[in-house]
Ligand binder design. Structure first.
Ligand code: FNR
Ligand code: LAC
Length: 344
């Protein structure tokens, strides 16, 4: 029987995956406070629906950083899809293309960015973890641009991996279980092999290396949002890395309003972390996100049913968002504004 919501995919994926892979995908850092808070914060937000609005026609097509998508729901970069499916990211990208939305492909994908681009039927962005050598980093960025990636996402919240105690307990090491195709032996481990701490100067430098629009991912404060603008970032992704980095960090949906306010329309702001329902997407849009990204649910869909599972997860979210927009009396993206939430 087909799962009827994302949470059913979660349960099915858990039953299928090896324990260590499940824990790597699912876990957060230390006490997993932020991981739980990402969900809890959505539950605290209450909506103020309007009634007797003609919601027969729902329009949720949009663009993000100039890339057209069929809905404001994108796929967040996650590492190592090879743990979930033998085709890894090449399977994921087919499911994402079928849903007519875009995928952000991770630097630490099991398949090379160029190979994922060949398997793609829809738009791609590239998520960057820098290498300690700027030359090697520049080559990777160039390959991504040449193979058709439309934007570059610099992940800023991961100078080192957070302390994921499930992985420590399982003796799980990414490097033992998957090989990273993008840095081909130049980087085997996203933590140990970097030995280089990015700064805002990295953002300045990256802008000289590519014509792709540049987004900074992992921003949680107004202060950093303003710095990102100062350094010429074209977009911001509000994120706490799915609760995998600084434990105790604010839920990303709670950080969103201050970032949106600071940015004041000067760039697009996206958000990820804990999006599991169409109503979560609606809440994020209400608080000023241009679009949302989903991480773990895509891995669950991939585990359970490959590309079709990924596609189905995205269609479930689309159907839920459609219903939520109808029930809230907000048939278009333009009609979704702050008056739809009750801030407590
Ligand atoms: C991630 N995330 C991540 N982010 C990134 O910029 N590069 C990466 O390689 C990864 N890898 C990764 C692996 C796994 C298993 C997870 C769960 C997450 C973070 C990801 O992009 C996103 O911020 C969160 O996953 C969003 O939260 P949800 O939707 O998983 O709750
Ligand atoms: C993670 C890294 C690889 O969250 O981004 O596991």
């Amino acid at each position: 029987m087909d799962p009827i919501n994302i949470l059913e995919y979660e349960a099915l994926a858990q039953a299928r995956l090896e324990r260590a892979s499940w824990d790597y995908y699912q876990g957060g850092s230390e006490d997993e406070t932020t991981l739980r808070e990402n969900r809890a914060a959505f539950a605290r937000i209450r909506l103020r629906p309007r009634v007797l609005v003609d919601s027969s026609v729902i329009d949720m097509k949009t663009t993000v950083m100039g890339t057209p998508v069929s809905m404001p729901i994108l796929v967040a970069p996650t590492a190592a899809h090879g743990l979930a499916h033998p085709d890894g990211e090449c399977a994921t990208v087919r499911g994402v293309g079928a849903a007519h939305t875009l995928m952000v492909v991770s630097t630490v994908a099991t398949r090379a960015a160029t190979e994922v681009a060949k398997a793609a039927t829809g738009p791609l962005w590239f998520q960057l973890y820098t290498h300690r050598s700027l030359e090697v980093t520049a080559r990777l960025v160039q390959r991504a641009e040449e193979s058709g990636y439309r934007a570059l996402v610099l992940t800023a919240d991961t100078p080192l991996l957070g302390r994921r105690e499930r992985d420590l307990r399982n003796n799980f090491e990414l490097v033992n279980d998957v090989s990273f195709a993008n840095y081909r032996g130049e980087m085997d481990h996203p933590d140990k092999d970097r030995h280089r701490f990015d700064t805002w100067e990295t953002v300045d430098w990256l802008r000289t290396q590519t014509k792709m629009p540049l987004l900074v991912k992992g921003i949680l404060t107004a202060e950093d949002a303003l710095l990102a603008l100062d350094h010429g970032a074209h977009g911001i992704i509000v994120s706490n890395h799915g609760g995998r980095q600084l434990d105790g960090a604010i839920a990303s949906i709670e950080a969103l309003p201050e970032v949106v306010e600071a940015v004041a329309g000067r760039c697009e702001v996206l958000v990820d972390g804990g999006i599991r329902r169409g109503t979560d997407v609606l809440k994020a849009l209400t608080l000023g996100a241009r679009a949302v990204l989903v991480g773990r649910p895509i891995l669950w869909g991939l585990t359970v049913n490959g590309a079709e599972g990924v596609h189905h997860v995205l269609e479930l979210l689309r159907a839920e968002l459609t219903l939520a927009m109808r029930l809230a009396g907000r048939p278009t993206l333009a009609s979704i504004d702050r008056s739809l939430v009750k801030l407590s």
